[in-house]
Design a protein around this ligand. Structure first.
Ligand code: F6R
Length: 375
């Protein structure tokens, strides 16, 4: 069943190019089609007059939601908030008429996410029908409890994921958010047809770029894992659309290798966490050319000045990047907006190889379950 891979997690990491291809085929119409380029099968009135979006999720799904927020706000211009489901259910945002609530859960069974959505559904009883219907689920299991709870679903197309640590389901969630943000942008005409096409064409290149990354990273991350098997703390930094990837890289490492790791928006380091840094604490920086590249490089420099070993997840291998990074985990050059689907891959592999090197039960980490059905 593992098809020659040592663990399900590694197999599932390698399935990601296929997951992106399947999602592209399902969510986007062929380039020559005369219909709208995006096809999520959602009714138009779900979107009419939308003023804001609230997203509830936990764990890795919450990280995907943060990228979703970035995409929806930057592409479609709709103000979006992301909440931990466990917090939202006890302190929900005020009800307003034109708010869409989205629950993201790969399993469709996470108790906190279901409870937050059930609470929201209840709050909306007695309001006008359009408003009651503004609940959307994003899940890998449309047949799950979530599927029964909300009127609208975007199915993510990862196939069953066995490893407890989510990898391909995260990528599938990102694909759902690209499609949703682009659908909203197309309907609201917040981006031009040309830009829309450019982004979709860029997405179509992603599967082969992930393949290239997987091929080049397997040995590099395994080699690095050897050096970091005994490391006690890790810091991951990123900015903008790659800040949630720093969180996700840290979460993957914590979950399966039991190494303490923190993800930070790079600009926040100097407001406290930089005090942790010394030669024993490596820093992984995600540095993608675009709106915040120079900023991330200068934040990385600040870490270097505290003797941290610096690992760069970047397509750049010359100039400042070559000078400051001790180790490079190269990814292909892609648009900043599309980069999270690529930058997450070396971080998944790094976590995997460190855990495997430590001889741990990668697919069944201690204290964790695939779906958390208790509060
Ligand atoms: C991360 C992980 C957890 C889940 C979280 C939410 O690798 O497995 O953090 O992401 O428990 O699960 P779902 O998406 O099923 O609601």
């Amino acid at each position: 069943e593992k098809q020659g891979f040592k663990h399900f997690m590694l197999k599932e990491i390698h399935e990601q190019p296929g997951v992106v291809r399947t999602s592209l085929d399902a969510y986007f119409n062929p380039a020559e089609s005369t219909e709208s380029p995006i096809n999520l099968g959602l009714p138009a009135d779900l979107y009419t007059d939308l003023e804001q979006i609230q997203i509830v999720a936990c764990g890795t799904s919450w990280h995907a939601a943060l990228i979703g927020k970035y995409l929806i706000e930057q592409l479609a211009g709709i103000s979006t908030q992301v909440h931990y489901a466990s917090e939202y259910r006890y302190a929900p945002s005020p009800v307003t008429a034109n708010t869409l609530i989205i629950g993201v859960t790969q399993s469709g069974e996470t108790a906190d996410t279901l409870a937050a959505l059930a609470m929201e559904k209840e709050r909306r009883q007695g309001k006008e029908p359009k408003y009651q219907a503004r609940l959307l689920g994003i899940t890998n299991r449309p047949e799950s409890s979530l599927g029964h709870l909300v009127p609208h679903i975007i199915s993510t197309l990862a196939g069953i994921e066995i490893s407890v640590a989510g990898t391909k389901t995260f990528t599938a969630q990102l694909m759902a958010f690209y499609a949703l943000a682009l659908d909203l942008a197309a309907r609201r005409q917040t981006v031009s047809k040309e830009i829309l096409e450019k982004i979709i064409n860029g997405l179509r290149q992603i599967p082969k770029e992930i393949e290239a990354t997987l091929e080049s990273q397997e040995r590099l991350t395994e080699h690095l894992a050897h050096e970091f098997a005994e490391t006690q703390d890790f810091i991951f930094i990123g900015r903008g659309i790659n800040f949630p990837i720093a969180l996700e890289g840290a979460l993957k490492l914590k979950e399966i290798s039991y190494i303490h790791a923190e993800g930070y928006p790079a600009g926040e380091m100097k407001h406290g966490p930089i005090a942790l840094l010394d030669a024993k604490v490596p820093v992984v920086a995600i540095a993608i050319p675009g709106s915040v590249y120079e900023k991330v490089i200068s934040n990385a420099q600040e870490a270097k000045a505290r003797d941290s070993r610096l690992i760069g997840v970047t397509p750049v291998n010359d100039g400042e990047a070559a000078e400051i990074f001790n180790d490079l985990l190269p990814v292909s050059h892609v648009e900043e907006l599309l980069s999270p689907i690529l930058t997450v891959v070396p971080l998944q592999l790094l976590a995997y190889h460190i855990a495997a090197r430590r001889g741990l039960d990668v697919d069944q980490p201690r204290n964790l379950a695939k779906s958390v059905t208790v509060e």
